[in-house]
Design a protein. Structure first.
Lengths: 423, 168
């Protein structure tokens, strides 16, 4: 008997469709464990819900969360009104809100245990598939789909083909999971995974922390893939244990019907930078060393965790940010903010000349030009998008927190030199 | 609906890779009223610029492969609903277009080899949903369609995703 891919297993547990209907290309109804919306698209979801279902309750107020995170500074009066609309609707329907400053919704789902491996969570965020890092089927959805889901708890999904990707080899610091993610993005973009799911396997993957896995899976969107999964394994179980949640281990079957299999070797992987104007325009750092940079941001659902900020602190300890550079840090969640306070990383970075902003999305969300700057502010961020004009008017490079910190010191794209080593 | 038959006269626009800018040009994106969208459909597609001003009520539209690629604009779906076109048959559809169309209640049918199936303008066509079969009644020939998924039928029958939600 043919086995199942990881996504087929999750879908099967969430549908009334028969086993014969679970095959790539088919569309089935699924029952959602969690539906979320944020200050982008959330107000449109509410408008659609009120227009089409006036006087109705949601399918289950405990399975809906509003996670305003896109415009953490309400830097436009329209955003403030949209955020207000969310609070009013949420109060009326007794729906949880993780309000401004709580952090990026997708991260809160695993940081606070709102979602666990094997679950399906939909939200208005094209990077909801980062949840694949924990074996959760996370998907971004449009406002119509979400308004329907608010009412019914259901959605339809096209079952994708899955590509099995084995990552083998070892790399050492200053190379980190962001370099891995950029390198894998480049390979997968060339290989072609449009609309497909990916399952990552191999010893390299098993040894990654949850934060590293999130970084890796966050760039699948940029290769036009549907989602990248890491099996829910011992690392995942240990993570959820700290949240007092028991999970079931979850992976694809050895004999599942994979569309194709691919091995990527990352032995002695170097440092990588995504250059303008596309995330997949990934080059070895040596090709862009010395490029002048005026604005640097550490943040985003790709690299805004306490562990990412810690990597930057290691490089910045005892050094100073170049006076030509504006250096901002946007912790992904309040939990990350607390952690960098407790471990001293925040002080290290403040003393070096960094500037902290409230938790939430950073440069990728539309219109946060205040973080980057004007036409002369060539930017380097640890985020996931560098499409021309999206982040700011100038060119944008994507790199790891390590490279971001080294670049902040030099004022140009640089490799790290450490003065005082902290663990 | 699974027992239903959909029939209508053919209207051919058998061109591959028609993108949303050719269906409804980006310079018109501030228009949202279906009746105002209607005359602009295919207004940017060579050979079919007058399509939007013609009557296509109850017709079945025949298109090529990768129909509706490009942007997410909903008007590229709304326009065909406003024309009261019963279904669009194509070799394949762009994924976002497919999703937008289904959610709005526009019936799309995939026939991978549609280019090899003989259809002339105004031929009488019939789609047998249960049997996944397209028949050209004028010529007495048939060809298999891709199986229409159950959620798609549920949504089309209800007149769109939001309308289906009213009944659930």
């Amino acid at each position: 008997m043919v086995g199942s891919t990881l996504i087929e297993k999750i879908i099967r547990k969430h549908t009334d469709a028969s086993d014969e209907e679970i095959y790539p290309g088919n569309i089935v109804w699924i029952n959602l464990d969690l539906v979320t919306a944020r200050d982008y698209a959330g107000p449109q979801v509410i408008d659609l819900f009120l227009k089409h279902y006036p006087g109705s309750n949601t399918f289950n107020n405990n399975k809906i969360i509003f996670t305003p995170d896109c415009y953490p500074y309400g830097n436009d009066p329209k955003h403030v009104k949209d955020q207000e609309k969310i609070r009013v609707f949420a109060k009326e329907h007794n729906i949880r809100v993780t309000d401004l400053g709580s952090g990026i919704g997708s991260h809160l789902l695993f940081r606070r245990g709102f979602s666990k491996p094997g679950d399906i969570a939909f939200g208005a965020d094209s990077h909801y598939n980062i949840l694949g890092a924990l074996g959760i089927l996370g998907q971004g959805a449009g406002d119509v789909m979400l308004a329907f889901a608010f009412k019914t708890g259901k959605s339809w999904i096209k079952i994708p083909e899955t590509v099995k990707v084995k990552i083998e080899g070892k790399y050492t610091w200053p190379t980190t999971s962001k370099d891995l993610a950029l390198y894998v993005l480049k390979q997968l973009h060339e290989y072609g995974i449009t609309g497909k799911a990916v399952e990552f396997y191999g010893e390299t993957i098993s040894e990654l922390t949850i934060d590293d896995r999130v970084t890796l899976c966050s760039l699948i969107t940029e290769a036009s893939g549907m989602i990248g999964f890491v099996s829910a394994d011992e690392v995942t179980a240990e993570y959820y244990k700290q949240l007092n949640i028991d999970i079931e281990l979850l992976s694809g079957d050895e004999n599942a019907n994979y569309a194709s299999e691919l091995t990527i070797n990352v032995d002695n992987l170097g440092l990588y930078v995504a250059c303008p104007p596309h995330p997949h325009n990934v080059k070895p750092i040596e090709e862009v060393l010395g490029t002048p940079i005026k604005s640097i941001i550490i943040g985003s659902c790709t690299n805004g965790s306490a562990s990412d900020i810690h990597e930057a602190a290691r490089v910045l300890k005892g050094s100073h940010v170049n006076p030509e550079v504006r250096f901002g840090i946007v912790p992904a969640t309040r939990e990350d903010f607390v952690e960098i306070n407790l471990n001293g990383d925040m002080t290290v970075i403040l003393e070096a000349g960094g500037n902290f902003y409230g938790s939430g999305c950073s440069t990728c969300a539309k219109g946060q030009y205040g973080l980057t700057g004007g036409e002369t502010a060539v930017t380097l961020t640890t985020g996931n998008r560098n499409t021309q004009g999206k982040i700011g008017p100038a060119d944008v490079y994507l790199a790891s927190p390590v490279v971001a910190a080294a670049t902040a010191i030099e004022g140009k794209i640089a490799k790290p030199i450490i003065k005082e080593m902290i663990k | 609906m699974s027992n239903e038959i959909i029939d209508g006269k053919a209207r051919k626009v058998l061109v591959d890779d028609i993108d949303t800018d050719q269906i409804f040009h980006q310079s018109l994106l501030t228009i949202h009223n279906p009746e105002e969208i209607k005359p602009h459909i295919f207004g940017n597609l060579d050979g079919y610029r007058d399509f939007g001003k013609e009557n296509h009520t109850d017709k079945i539209l025949i298109v090529g492969k990768n129909f509706g690629k490009g942007s997410t604009r909903q008007q590229a779906v709304t326009g065909f609903l406003a024309h009261k076109i019963k279904a669009i048959i194509g070799a394949s559809f762009g994924p976002i277009y497919y999703s937008n169309a289904v959610n709005a209640g526009l019936f799309l049918v995939e026939v991978p080899k549609i280019a090899n199936f003989s259809i002339e303008e105004n031929d009488e066509l019939e789609i047998n949903v249960a049997q996944s079969l397209l028949t050209n009644k004028t010529r007495g020939t048939s060809i298999k369609c891709e199986k229409i998924p159950i959620p798609v039928l549920d949504i089309i029958k209800a007149g769109g995703l939001m309308s289906l939600g009213e009944k659930m």
